[in-house]
Design a binder for this molecule. Structure first.
Ligand code: PMP
Length: 417
């Protein structure tokens, strides 16, 4: 374990922001990684270097700089394809983020896939990004969402998944890991069940992609989305994986430059995928910097370390939190990433968050864009501490100690009349 912590200390030095002091003068303890992760210097410099040395628009230029930029952008696509185990880089579409990715797929499927009365099988733990786009589709084609209930520990039972399929199920759209509970869902097994029934599968890998290698072909999924900013890359860049025939089947999401084969006054013919889905000037620098984040993760930090250390941090955090009187932890099922949601007695999560902030500890409080899950848990909000490989055990000790102070403080503070 000492070796793992030593490596975490070492890679932590790659993140300049983690040396910041909170305005109180205390060191920043950043435990809001599920909202967005911090960026290593390699990514920050890649972004700056693009603008310093390579900036030009891509695909359309015959000049040297445009070709350099195009090459770097397309190399980023290849890196992403290898990162998720896609059969071809043509199956990788760059978008603004996971949210835009699911909207792109939803609007495409609305036009070529759904009929009134169709159902989409989801989990009870979906982020609003995998709920609202389907509600928007439903305004035009009346479809409905059928959520698979979670186990009391926050996992998914395959028998419950089997029960949720009906003859109207037309898509399975599930997250691979809950952003609230951190629990991982059995994507490969659910995808196999869907495949037996000839139903396509969309995976929201926004959280899972940070915690474990993604293998789209082994999982046998049709679509997968994630955002770059949770994966130590920049904001404004995300990925849609679209298994080969879908790129041909789905209509474009937006129209404009770079996505066409031929335009006349009479109409437009579209470029083949992935260009078909990338209208206009894409986030070029961000895609290139995302590829740098993947290189940094795979080549410098290493998946073996990330997974082993996160398991350690997850257990360490659970034990530390359980020492806090009156705490309720949500999502104890394993496997799980180092994301812990909790409440302490009747203390309002926002009060806990503010108290922690005064101690320099950044956590997230609220419904975490998962209101249906909050309803299922019977709470309006939770406190969420989400860890990354650069967090250290002493930061967790500090979190637990401050939570003990929160409990003492509120025990002596009469509640408002
Ligand atoms: N899905 C999940 C599981 C998430 O955690 C998030 C971000 N909180 C999203 C989707 C949406 O990601 P973005 O806001 O980057 O589009």
């Amino acid at each position: 374990m000492q070796e793992l912590v030593a490596w975490a200390r070492k890679v932590r030095e790659d993140f300049p922001i983690l040396r910041s002091l909170h305005p109180s003068g205390r060191p920043l303890i950043y435990l809001d990684n599920a909202a967005t992760a911090q960026k290593p210097l390699a990514v920050i410099e890649k972004l700056a270097d693009f603008y310093r040395y390579t900036n030009a628009n891509i695909h359309r230029g015959v000049h040297w700089l445009s070709q350099e930029a195009t090459q770097a952008y397309e190399a980023a696509r290849e890196r992403v394809a290898a990162f998720i185990g896609a059969a071809s880089e043509k199956e990788v579409v760059f978008v603004r983020g996971a949210t835009e990715g699911i909207n792109l797929i939803a609007q495409g499927l609305r036009r070529v896939w759904f009929s009134p009365g169709d159902e989409i099988l989801v989990t009870q733990a979906e982020h609003h990004a995998n709920i609202v786009p389907w509600h928007i589709v439903a305004e035009e084609v009346p479809i409905s969402l059928r959520p698979v209930p979670l186990t009391p520990a926050g996992g998914i039972d395959l028998a419950a998944v089997a029960q949720a399929f009906t003859e109207r199920t037309r898509l399975v759209a599930i997250s691979a890991m809950s952003n609230v509970l951190g629990t991982e869902f059995p994507v490969a097994e659910v995808a196999a069940m869907a495949r037996e029934r000839g139903i396509p599968v969309l995976v929201d890998a926004c959280q899972a992609v940070v915690h474990r290698p993604i293998r789209v072909q082994e999982w046998g999924v049709d679509f997968l989305v994630f955002s770059g900013h949770k994966l130590y890359g920049p904001t404004g860049i995300g990925v849609v994986y679209m298994r080969a025939p879908w790129g041909e089947k789905l209509p474009p999401y937006q129209g404009g430059g770079d996505m066409i084969r031929r335009v006349t006054w009479g109409g437009s013919r579209y470029a083949p995928p992935p260009a078909k889905f990338e209208a206009g000037t894409p986030p070029i620098a961000e895609a290139i910097a995302l590829a740098e984040a993947l290189r940094y993760l795979e080549e410098k930090v290493g998946w073996d370390f990330i997974q082993a250390y996160e398991r350690y941090l997850c257990d360490y955090t659970e034990a530390a939190l359980q020492s806090v009187p009156g705490i309720t932890l949500y999502g104890t099922a394993r496997p799980k990433g180092a994301v812990w949601s909790f409440n302490i007695g009747e203390i309002h999560p926002h009060d806990v968050g503010t108290f922690l902030d005064q101690a320099g500890i950044a956590v997230r409080v609220g419904h975490h864009c998962a209101q249906p899950l909050m309803d299922a848990l019977g709470v309006a909000a939770t406190v969420r501490a989400s860890l990354a490989f650069y967090n250290l055990p002493e930061e967790i000790d500090q979190l637990a100690q401050t939570l003990h102070e929160v409990v003492r403080f509120f025990a002596h503070t009469p509640s408002a009349p």
